[in-house]
Design a protein around this ligand. Structure first.
Ligand code: SF4
Length: 494
């Protein structure tokens, strides 16, 4: 098959040539769920904003490649100073340049826009490919730049794209890489002609710079479960064992190839062992909790482009919380919640209602508390008038995750994980009221963030449905915590 390389295909091949071969020859083998849509959406939003980075511009409309190239040629000849999505093709190579600055008939500058916060090696490969193609076409590429988000930017008033983006000049690197680009294209030209699936092995490249959507396909012949199913291991431990041929759970146990926590998962999976319940340790944890007892969970989103004054790119913005509480032993369970409306800065509303809902000096439980504590610290910094109350809540938070993290309570069904999404179904396998899968629209934190971000553009009816889904989801998070706490009390009483 003749080579057809865009800049993204070229980058896929830099990560792993087999990835490109599979994209072309076995596209159905990709597990698309491994490519988060939010990342793509974020890239689009940032790209749109960056188009205005150098003032007025003309965008080449997306469509037929030949027409895009022709339109680009016309715009350059007409002396258009800034062109978005300027497109070029030569001998099966193709690229659309995010922003092309034109300073003469053939003199140009390439600007690649990234929604991330720094230049990474794969971005250099991307611009090296673009520089190579334009140079081959006879353009005088005077500068190659990468525009990425500057995390030091704090929004005050209208967005300032020239401050939101940092520009890095990578001209020298792009030029130095030309021989490498040429050699890789020649290699791929042969490689892609193979009708047989290449035998390239899996390795660290399957996870970096991006997780590969073909990983389930490429590991289809490994025993199940295997070293990649062991929770909490560093990738180098997984790959080191893979290289030594220690792959199946049986081998892992026989060679004691992983740490004690991981071995617990492996041995429970292999031998269907009874649950581990360290009653003394769990009692110690429970004795540290006092009434009134609050169960708190936040939902947040991280807009790449700051939406509110005094916020930075990618700041974690809490937009929702759920709070269950019990005022004294045997008192009824009560509930409060907060969910911001799209368009408003949620932070002040969250901070104020949190101070109304949680009195000072009470015991607060969160699950994986570092997240809730971090967000409360940020709110306290932002609102000095609420700082004392917020920091009092902060200082009284305890972590319900601890007994599970420390394996004081472990069952096979937890599959080595102590996240609430594993712990809850392991403790309550047959309770549909505690099953996240029975919820509509929002089943996890990522979907909650995406839903809130999307609400800004929703019609009233869809907005109402989205709000209900979010409230149910977050409410289940804290109800789950209550049930987990009750279960801990119950197993200690048995
Ligand atoms: S899973 Fe690994 S070996 Fe397979 S295509 Fe992806 S990167 Fe290449």
């Amino acid at each position: 098959m003749a080579l057809h390389l865009s800049k993204s295909r070229y980058c896929a091949a830099v990560q792993c040539p087999k990835q490109l071969w599979l994209k072309v020859n076995r596209p159905e083998a990709a597990d698309e769920t491994l490519i988060p849509q939010a990342v793509l959406d974020r890239g689009n939003a940032v790209g749109d904003l960056a188009m205005g980075l150098f003032g007025d511009y003309v965008e080449v409309p997306f469509g037929d490649l030949t027409q895009m190239c022709r339109r680009t040629e016309e715009l350059i000849r007409a002396g258009t100073p800034v062109i978005a999505e300027a497109s070029f093709a030569l001998d099966g190579l193709f690229c659309s340049v995010d922003l092309l600055r034109v300073s003469g008939d053939r003199a140009v500058e390439i600007v690649e826009v990234k929604s991330s916060t720094r230049v990474t090696p794969i971005y250099l490969e991307d611009v090296a490919f673009q520089n190579h193609l334009l140079t081959q076409l006879g353009y005088d590429v005077r500068r190659v730049m990468i525009a990425h988000i500057d995390t030091g930017y704090v929004r005050r008033g209208a967005l300032e794209p020239d401050r939101l983006f940092a520009l890095e000049d990578v001209t020298d690197i792009a030029r130095e890489k030309r021989a490498e680009v040429e050699a890789r294209i020649a290699f791929l030209d042969k490689y892609m002609r193979s009708e047989q699936e290449p035998p390239d092995p899996i390795g660290a490249h399957c996870f970096s710079p991006y997780g590969c959507a073909f990983f389930p396909y490429c590991t289809r012949d490994l025993p199940k479960p295997n070293i990649f199913d062991v929770a909490g291991l560093q990738m180098r431990t997984r790959l080191g064992n893979l290289r030594k041929g220690i792959v199946s759970f049986k081998d892992i146990e026989a060679k004691k190839a992983v740490n004690a926590n991981a071995l617990l998962q492996v041995s429970h999976a292999l031998h269907d062992l009874p649950p581990v319940i360290d009653k003394k340790a769990i009692r110690g944890f429970l004795d540290g909790l006092t009434y009134p007892l609050y169960f708190l969970d936040f939902e947040s989103f991280q807009p790449a482009v700051p939406l509110y004054d005094d916020s930075c790119p990618y700041e974690q913005i809490v937009f929702q919380y759920s709070l269950h509480f019990i005022e004294e032993a045997r008192a009824p369970l009560k509930h409060r919640e907060y969910l911001a409306w799209p368009g408003e800065d949620p932070r002040r509303g969250v901070a104020e209602q949190l101070c109304r809902d949680i009195p000072q000096n009470v015991c607060v439980l969160a699950y994986n508390m570092s997240f809730e504590k971090g967000r409360i610290r940020a709110l306290a910094q932002l609102y000095p008038d609420l700082e004392a109350h917020l920091m009092n809540i902060h200082d009284h938070i305890q972590d319900l995750m601890v007994p599970f993290q420390k394996k004081q309570y472990y069952t096979r069904a937890m599959e080595g994980s102590y996240s609430i999404k594993h712990v809850l179904p392991a403790l309550f396998p047959d309770d549909p009221a505690l099953d996240y899968r029975s919820l509509e629209g929002v089943h996890n934190g990522t979907e909650a963030s995406d839903t809130f971000a999307a609400m800004a553009d929703m019609e009233p009816r869809a907005l109402q449905a989205a709000r209900e889904n979010l409230l149910k989801y977050c409410g289940l998070d804290t109800l789950a915590m209550v049930k987990v706490w009750e279960k801990l009390k119950q197993v200690c009483a048995d």
